[in-house]
Design a protein around this ligand. Structure first.
Ligand SMILES: NC(=O)c1ccc[n+]([C@@H]2O[C@H](COP(=O)([O-])OP(=O)(O)OC[C@H]3O[C@@H](n4cnc5c(N)ncnc54)[C@H](O)[C@@H]3O)[C@@H](O)[C@H]2O)c1
Length: 270
C-alpha cells in the first residue's frame, strides 16, 4: 500500500539548504504542507516558495523564537505532524591541519609513532566554538522536540526526526564538539521516545554519513578523498538519499519504529 502525507504538516529546521531542503521536497512531493526554518531568511523563503510552504526564519538556539515559530506554523497550516530537527553547522577549521594529519599518518604507517606531532584540535578549540556547536545541534534539537510535543501530545500523534551523524556513533578526532553534540542527540532521541511512545508519537534519529551538501564546503579535496576511502560505496551520499529515510520515518510505514537510530552512510566504517 502506498501511503501519502496528505494533510500532514512538517516543520523542518535548517531547511534552506542540503538535507533539509531535500527533505522538504520529498515530503511535499507526497502531499505534506511544509514550514521551512533557516538562519538564512532568503534560503528559507526560496525553498518554501519551491514547495508551496511557508518560511519561518530564526536561529534554533533561541528557544522563545522556536516556540513562537512552531505556534505560527500551527496557526497558519492548522497542525503539526512532523518535526525534523536538522539545522547544523560544520567545524570551521576542518581542513587546516590536513598536512599534519598526513605527516602523522605516514609516521604511523612507518611504525614509528615517536614522530607523531600533537594535532591540538582540542587545545586550539575556543569556548565560543564549543558553545556554538553544542547550542545549534543539541539545544536546537531539544527546543524542537519540546516545541513539537506541546502540539503533538494533545493530538496524540506525531513524528520527530532528529538529525545526528555517523560522528555521533564514531566520534572523530578534530570534531569533539560536533561528535559530542551528535551523540547527545541520540540520547535525547531515545529518552524523549521512551516518554511519548504510548502517546502515538515516534521519535527517531538519523545518522547521515558524508553527504555532498554545502556543509562540506570547508573540507579540502584531500580531506574529502581521505574520507571517501573509508566509505564502502566509494562515494559521498546525496541529500535525496537521506530524504528517503526522513520520508520513511515521517509516515505510517514506520509506525513501529521509535527510539531507534538509522545510519545512512554508504558503509562508512568510522
Ligand atoms: N552533509 C553531511 O555530510 C552531514 C553528515 C552528517 C550529519 N549532517 C547533519 O545534517 C544536518 C544538515 O546538514 P547539511 O549537510 O544539509 O548542511 P547545510 O549547510 O547544507 O544546511 C544546513 C542549514 O542549517 C542552517 N542553519 C545553521 N545554523 C542554524 C541555526 N542556528 N538556526 C537555523 N538554521 C541554521 C544553515 O543556514 C543551512 O541552511 C546538520 O545537522 C548536519 O550536522 C550532515
Amino acid at each position: 500500500m502506498a501511503y501519502t502525507l496528505d494533510e500532514k504538516v512538517a516543520f523542518i529546521t535548517g531547511g534552506g539548504s542540503g538535507l533539509g531542503a531535500a527533505a522538504a521536497r520529498r515530503l511535499a512531493a507526497d502531499g505534506a504542507l511544509i514550514a521551512i526554518n533557516d538562519l538564512n531568511p532568503d534560503a528559507a523563503q526560496k525553498i518554501a516558495d519551491e514547495v508551496g510552504g511557508i518560511a519561518l526564519p530564526f536561529d534554533v538556539t533561541d528557544s522563545e523564537k522556536f516556540d513562537a515559530a512552531v505556534d505560527e506554523c500551527v496557526s497558519q497550516l492548522g497542525r503539526l505532524d512532523i518535526m525534523v530537527n536538522n539545522a547544523g553547522i560544520a567545524p570551521a577549521n576542518v581542513s587546516e591541519k590536513i598536512e599534519l594529519t598526513m605527516a602523522n599518518m605516514n609516521a604511523r604507517m612507518s611504525g614509528d609513532i615517536s614522530k607523531l606531532e600533537p594535532m591540538n584540535y582540542l587545545v586550539d578549540m575556543s569556548d565560543a566554538d564549543w558553545d556554538r556547536m553544542i547550542k545549534v545541534h543539541l539545544y536546537g534539537a531539544f527546543y524542537g522536540c519540546r516545541a513539537a510535543l506541546r502540539h503533538m501530545q494533545p493530538q496524540r500523534s506525531g513524528r520527530i526526526i532528529n538529525i545526528s551523524s555517523v560522528l555521533g556513533l564514531y566520534p572523530s578526532a578534530g570534531a569533539a564538539h560536533y561528535s559530542v553534540a551528535k551523540t547527545a542527540i541520540i540520547s535525547l532521541t531515545k529518552s524523549v521516545a521512551a516518554e511519548v511512545a504510548g502517546l502515538g508519537i515516534n521519535v527517531n534519529a538519523v545518522c547521515p554519513g558524508y553527504i555532498d551538501t554545502p556543509l562540506l564546503t570547508p573540507f579540502s579535496e584531500v580531506l574529502k578523498a581521505a574520507i571517501v576511502m573509508r566509505i564502502g560505496k566509494g562515494r559521498m551520499g546525496m541529500a535525496e538519499e537521506l530524504a528517503e529515510m526522513i520520508r520513511f520515518l515521517s509516515g505510517p510505514e514506520s509506525e513501529y519504529c521509535t527510539g531507534d537510530v538509522y545510519p545512512v552512510s554508504g558503509g562508512y566504517t568510522g
